[in-house]
Design a protein around this ligand. Structure first.
Ligand code: MLT
Length: 317
């Protein structure tokens, strides 16, 4: 039985290095079979997971020797942190390593919506030359509303400022003297004010009971009719039916979603709308981010197994 079980597709030089020090088993598809996963995890001292492995109380109970779970990524919606803490299992994550990639995707989505890039590409490849159909708007001088002003929201806003955008931020967990807001010269406002003043609303929220469907029909109704909505965080924070209705009724001008309430999503009318840009949860999927994430998660798991403190512990045990 291995010391370290990797239950999803996580590879690279850092994993190879870890395998020189510990007995490592890499099983990219193990997360798909809960019974087999529980069996193989029973003797492991560490698990390394991404966002598919459901690290719940049931799996924790099957793990007799588990000391640490390394989450290669930032979201913890697939990890029952409270149950892990109760079981004495340390959770570590890689909070900063993929933030730049997600921020760059959010910027790409802003530009794509403002200049109709996917629709223009499809139309031109279909043999058309409809220049006036793709009359766009500039980001310059527009207002970006960041919902969730953590690291990714901050990096997104900083990049948007390079395009000459003004920044508003909503985040109930930070105060007006927050260093990020200061650096951005951003205004901290209520969610309602952000929605009514922004030309682009970009979501950077974790999925928690408090954020579930936070972006609902009332929110979309408050947005400007020419505003666009971007979500690169978690699908659960958006009421997708309300978003669909807002797009169909032209309450808002467009949306770009990298994440969905259910992944892979159940096909909906969203897929048919021309003013929607959809991606399959690829925000963190760049070579650079994945390299950094893998190095960070392997380093922390090795540290814990060697009896050293974790650098990015999520809980205390
Ligand atoms: C994250 O939470 O780090 C990203 O959404 C990617 C992932 O879940 O692996």
């Amino acid at each position: 039985m291995p010391d370290i079980l990797i239950t999803e597709n996580i590879r690279g030089a850092a994993v190879d290095a870890l395998a020189k020090q510990f007995d490592v088993s890499i099983q990219p598809d193990l997360w798909r079979d809960a019974a087999e996963l529980a069996k193989q995890a029973s003797e492991a001292r560490a698990l390394i997971i991404r966002n598919q492995t459901q690290m719940n109380a049931e799996l924790l109970a099957a793990c007799k020797k588990l000391i640490v779970v390394g989450r290669a990524g930032v979201g913890l919606d697939n990890v029952d942190v409270a149950a892990a803490t109760k079981a004495g299992v340390l959770i570590t994550s890689t909070p900063d390593q993929n933030a730049i990639s997600v921020a760059e995707l959010a910027l790409g989505m802003m530009l794509s919506l403002a200049r109709f890039l996917p629709a223009g590409d499809a139309d031109t490849k279909a043999g058309n030359w409809n220049r006036m159909r793709f009359l766009g708007t500039e980001l310059y001088g527009k207002t970006l509303g960041i919902v969730g002003a953590g690291k990714i929201g901050f990096l997104t806003a900083r990049r948007a400022q390079a395009f000459g955008m003004k920044v508003l931020a909503y985040d109930p967990f930070i105060s007006r003297d927050n260093i990020h807001l200061f650096e951005l010269n951003a205004e901290l406002v209520s969610l309602e004010e952000l929605l009514s003043r922004s030309d682009v609303v970009s979501c950077h929220l974790p999925s928690t009971p408090q954020t579930a469907k936070l972006l609902n029909a009332d929110c979309f109704a408050r947005m400007k009719p020419n505003a666009t909505f971007i979500n690169t965080s978690r699908g659960e924070v958006v009421d997708e039916d309300a978003l669909l209705h807002a797009l169909q009724s032209k309450t808002i001008a467009g949306a770009a979603l990298d994440v969905r309430a259910v992944e892979p999503p159940v096909t909906s009318e969203l897929e048919k709308l021309p003013n929607v840009l959809l991606m399959p949860h690829v925000g963190a999927l760049t070579r650079e981010a994945q390299d950094r994430v893998t190095v960070a998660v392997c380093e922390d798991v090795a540290r814990v197994l060697e009896g050293k403190p974790a650098l990015n512990a999520v809980n205390r045990v």
